[in-house]
Ligand binder design. Structure first.
Ligand code: FAD
Ligand code: PHB
Length: 393
């Protein structure tokens, strides 16, 4: 079997694994990124779209933010819509001048892949990690199944950045890992459409038929979501049905419109929340979705993943370059404090905006929360600060 040696083996070329590789490379630490999918696949996967203020700065300062700054859309507010009325939350005004950048996750992935390949650093695509061993023995190894045959990677550290369906989190022994999990009684049907967005800012909408979100990727591309039942089948949603339902839910008394166009991409995503504690076992460090999932209503998934590797890159640098393990030892606690804060925020947003179909008490509470949000500057300020920059607070 072919053997390779590196300082840090990174499992997964999503936002977390790619940014970690980039930050390590810039600080003179060697790594190999192992990705089970092809380059085309990871660069086309449509997912998150909102980048927090501090995370946009992180990308920028690390040299990965150039295209994001050129073509990303900077937003200073969001709309909250319920009872057929729209209310604007002035994010920038309420957060001391901060803003969000709307820029697709696959664009972040493309930028980071290009930077890494330009730097001559390795990413092995179509290479599935099958096992992690020796994590507590001081001699970690990563077993990889690659097109040219099996490979064994010997390393000092393993970064588990392989998302919620990866192998890394399974390497934590059952008597070490605590897993906290909830599934929500709703899912999101998302579309990407060739249609100019009819609104300048994102619209989060609660309607009695369910949740809706109006988002975008560019002046000509709209990204929209509908809250649907978890067992809903995509084939039951014709283009016409999707657009009609979006128009119904997003309608206001002022006659708001949804711009229609060809649907380029569609999918249904279950809504789950997961936290794995601790985020470390021996030489293995989990980051991003491998360690935690948040419901997408708070737009925190990708931001959390990038914030984890900001902490991890610095901790690995301190350990490898200065033989100081203090930051590595506190990595899990440092991240988990922020992860739970993001869980709280994402759960608050989810519960406020997805109506219940069988619990009128719950619906009364949701409406009261929404009214408080749009009538109280204090309540709107709490939301704005978390929405714009939770991971750097
Ligand atoms: P990922 O992006 O999942 O990357 C993990 C990588 O590891 C993948 O490329 C995967 O192929 C690879 N991998 C897995 N197993 C192995 C293995 N054994 N060997 C090698 N490689 C492996 N967030 C939002 O804010 N808004 C959204 O609209 C939104 N939509 C989403 C839709 C879906 C279907 C999913 C799954 C997530 C969505 N998220 C969304 C969440 C957000 O996209 C994630 O939080 C973000 O991708 C986390 O980045 P990551 O790098 O931790 O993991
Ligand atoms: C998106 O644009 O894909 C998006 C925006 C906000 C969210 C989730 C997804 O909360």
């Amino acid at each position: 079997m072919k053997e390779l040696r590196t300082q840090v083996a990174i499992v997964g070329a999503g936002p977390a694994g790619l940014l970690l590789g980039h930050l390590l490379e810039r600080s003179g630490i060697e790594s190999i990124i192992l990705e089970r999918r092809s380059r085309e696949y990871v660069e086309r996967r449509v997912r998150a779209g909102v980048i927090e203020h501090g995370i946009a700065n992180l990308l920028d300062e690390s040299g990965a933010g150039q295209r994001m700054r050129e073509v990303g859309l900077v937003h200073h507010g969001v709309e909250v819509r319920f009872e057929r009325r729209s209310h604007r939350i002035p994010l920038t005004e309420l957060s001391g001048g901060k803003s969000i950048t709307v820029y697709g996750q696959q664009e972040v992935v493309k930028d980071l892949v290009r930077l890494r390949l330009d730097a001559g650093a390795p990413i092995v695509f179509d290479a599935a990690v099958t096992a992690l061993d020796g994590l507590s023995s001081g001699e970690p190894t990563v077993s990889v199944s690659a097109p040219e045959g099996d490979v064994l990677v010997r390393c000092d550290f393993v970064a588990g950045c392989d998302g919620s369906f990866g192998v890394s989190h399974h390497a934590l022994p059952a008597n070490v890992a605590r897993r906290h999990e909830r599934t929500f009684p709703t899912a999101w049907l998302g579309i990407l459409a060739e249609a100019p967005p009819a609104a300048e800012e994102l619209i989060y909408c609660r309607h009695e038929n369910g949740f809706a979100l109006y988002s975008m990727r560019s002046p000509t591309l709209s990204r929209l979501y509908l809250g649907v039942r978890p067992d809903e089948r995509l084939e039951d949603w014709s283009d016409g049905r999707i657009w009609d339902e979006l128009s119904t839910r997003l309608a206001t008394d002022e006659g708001a419109v949804v711009n229609r166009g060809p649907i380029l991409e569609r999918g249904i995503t279950a809504m789950r929340t997961v936290v794995i504690e601790p985020m470390r076992y021996g030489a293995l460090f989990l980051a991003g979705d491998a360690a935690h999932i948040v419901p997408p209503t708070g737009a925190k998934g990708m931001n959390l993943a990038l914030a984890d590797v900001r902490v991890l890159a610095e901790a690995l640098h301190e350990s490898i370059m200065s033989h100081n393990d203090t930051l590595l030892d506190s990595y899990s606690d440092t991240c988990l404090e922020r992860v739970w804060r993001a869980q709280e925020f994402s759960n608050y947003m989810t519960q406020m905006l997805h109506p219940s179909f069988d619990d009128e008490f719950e619906n009364g509470v949701q409406t009261a929360r929404l009214r408080q949000l749009v009538n109280s500057r204090e309540a709107a300020t709490v939301l704005a600060r978390s929405y714009v920059d939770l991971n750097s607070l």
